[in-house]
Design a protein around this ligand. Structure first.
Ligand code: AMP
Length: 296
């Protein structure tokens, strides 16, 4: 696998591939790669002749300095994971390459979809995301870019970026990959203690409890969200930040939950913040409630 550190070199490669009729798939990441990232890479490989994976821990999307400092970084381990997949290029720029003007540089201000939930609890986060994704798109010049549904609001912010600024890129959202107990894979899971890791099933348990209530006929969005929150709060040491039911595209809050709405949540476990979501009525997470009830 070829490691590229400059935008000029990446653009030259991508242009040459595209001039030769090859499509380019792009998977942006912040490293500390896991099976969720790998599933995006494989999805990109299925439909594109060439695949670029970027690894850049983007400081502008961290609203919390401690979170940025403690974010797991292991470039050699990441390369070892990517090598067998036969990725064409790993783009690994440094800070100056990505932000030549530093703090004085231009930023992309996202629209209303970035305001609630993650936007409210992580001020500046989506501005950082939109800015770095715009920069990365201009560097990789991809035909398609792959994003995980785990970060559902981020997917919509990126779709809005592409729509509003006219990037010629197809955005592909890919399903969340989970651990055996249902915990959504995340680089931040590495930072959990053994006890916190066990309690982290609280997230998927909360999603499953609300899904079960929806299946049983409950439609009031506040009631469903409250049931999920109560279920999560029953795990000591797990603090709910928000639980909400929203429209899947606009992220506007729902009053009456309907099939296809999105149940989204964020929790804090010690100093680790985790998010997850589920499509209302999808039924794929119900078994994680059964698992929990069995153990209780
Ligand atoms: P990150 O490195 O956390 O910025 O994530 C890079 C990309 O991988 C983003 O599009 C994420 O949404 C996606 N991703 C992270 N975790 C998962 C997961 N468990 N399943 C699928 N995609 C994921």
């Amino acid at each position: 696998v070829k490691v590229v550190e400059t935008i000029a070199e990446l653009q030259a490669l991508s242009r040459a591939w595209r001039a030769g009729g090859e499509t380019v798939g792009f998977v942006p990441t912040m490293g500390a790669l896991h099976e969720g990232h790998m599933s995006l890479v494989r999805a990109a490989q299925q439909r594109n002749a060439r695949v670029i994976v970027s690894i850049f821990v983007n400081p502008t999307q961290f609203n919390d300095r401690g979170d940025f400092r403690n974010y797991p970084r292991d470039f050699d381990a990441d390369l070892a994971l990517l090598r067998p997949l036969d990725v064409d290029v790993v783009f690994h720029p440094n800070l100056d390459e990505m932000y030549p003007a530093g703090d004085a540089g231009m930023r992309v201000r996202p629209g209303p979809v970035a305001e609630p939930l993650e936007g409210e609890h992580r001020p500046g986060h989506f501005e950082g995301v939109a800015t770095v994704v715009a920069r990365l798109f201009n560097a990789a010049l991809p035909d398609r870019a792959y994003f995980g549904q785990k970060d559902a609001q981020q997917v919509q912010v990126v779709r809005a970026l592409v729509r509003d600024l006219g990037f010629p890129v197809e955005v592909v959202a890919w399903p969340t990959v989970r651990e055996a107990d249902g915990l959504a894979m995340s680089s931040r899971n590495q930072r959990l203690t053994i006890e916190q890791r066990q309690k982290a099933v609280a997230l998927v348990h909360g999603l499953a409890v609300a899904q079960a209530a929806f299946s049983a006929g409950e439609r009031d969005a506040m009631t469903l969200a409250r049931q999920a929150a109560v279920a999560i709060d029953s795990f000591p040491g797990v603090a709910v930040e928000y639980v909400a039911i929203v429209q899947p595209d606009s992220f506007a809050g729902s009053t009456n939950a309907a099939v296809g709405d999105l149940l989204v949540l964020a929790v804090q476990l010690g100093d680790v913040r985790l998010i997850d979501n589920a499509v209302i009525g999808a039924g794929d997470l119900i078994r994680y409630r059964a698992l929990q009830l069995q153990e209780a």
